[in-house]
Write a protein that binds this ligand. Structure first.
Ligand code: CA
Length: 287
């Protein structure tokens, strides 16, 4: 009896398992194929990179601890702190982080239905956008109190500003320019290099007249002329994480700039470290 039940359980268990697999085969197929698709996308993007734009490499100045549980979607440096937006449904947050220790000093969670994306600090306000819900939030920088919500007509990936305009990415090659007061779109910027449109623009940072953008799903950042949309350089950030830190990490994503100190910071989704880097500029004419 016991044996019979066990066999029955095993059979029904297998049947249940079969049903479970059959019912979810599109999801399972997707999960199996996603790394292959991402790998192909990454390879395709990396193959197109040599062009007439400069190619920069990097030197690590200092590394900082970073929360391995943070699916980093937005990163800003302001007044001695990092402000970070994290993603994933049920795990999306806005947080203020102590750079030296990586300790989260202040944090609020988003509704589980929302997938948090980029953040930017504009004066005494913090803007945070979401991926596919087409809703963004404006918070008081000190208290994280919600000041207002706003909506937009595309996906939300990254956000930064140039002191006058908010600049948003949506995962394509188009950047959206918004009035920071009424949050209406005032124009777009089409990002191109000499090989054509540069797709997959993700986390953003405005740095001395240029817009830096992570190019999903690669380890590259493009430097964009903020007036024309022209890519003036690619930054090759491959190899930032040591082999022992590569366990369960996702892609490079997160750029912050300390305008007063001239310091550039980068990290990634689930990365255990955040890096201050210096660019090593390699002009046109490289091999
Ligand atoms: Ca940023």
């Amino acid at each position: 009896m016991r044996l019979g039940l066990t066999i029955f359980d095993r059979i029904t268990g297998k049947q249940d398992m079969l049903k479970w697999i059959t019912g979810r085969w599109p999801t399972l197929l997707c999960l199996c194929l996603t790394p292959l698709v991402l790998g192909a996308q990454r390879q395709g993007m990396e193959q197109r990179i040599p062009g007439s734009a400069d190619l920069h490499h990097y030197r690590v100045v200092r590394s900082y601890p970073h929360d391995r549980g943070a699916f980093t979607q937005g990163l800003v440096y302001d007044g001695g702190f990092f402000y970070e937006g994290t993603g994933l449904h049920g795990r999306s947050t806005l947080r203020k982080v102590d750079p030296a220790s990586g300790r989260v000093l202040k944090e609020i969670g988003l509704s589980p239905s929302l997938f948090g994306e980029g953040v930017t600090v504009f004066g005494d306000r913090i803007f945070q956008i979401t991926w596919q819900s087409r809703v963004g939030f404006v918070y008081d920088k000190t208290s994280f109190g919600l000041l207002r919500k706003f909506s937009y007509a595309h996906e939300g990936w990254g956000i930064t500003h140039d002191g006058k305009r908010l600049i948003m990415s949506d995962g394509t090659s188009v950047l959206h320019l918004l009035d920071p007061k009424d949050l209406h779109e005032t124009g777009t910027l089409r990002v191109r290099d000499d090989r054509g449109a540069v797709e997959g623009l993700n986390e953003l940072e405005y740095v001395r007249g240029a817009i830096y953008a992570n190019v999903w799903p690669t380890d590259y950042i493009v430097v964009i002329d903020s007036r024309t949309g022209r890519v003036t350089a690619w930054i090759d950030l491959r190899g930032l994480l040591a082999q022992e830190d590569l366990q369960a990490v996702d892609v490079l994503n997160g750029i912050a700039y300390d305008a007063e100190g001239g310091r550039l910071f980068v990290t990634g989704k689930f990365w255990p470290k955040l890096f201050e880097i210096k660019l090593i500029r390699q002009p046109v004419g490289r091999n």
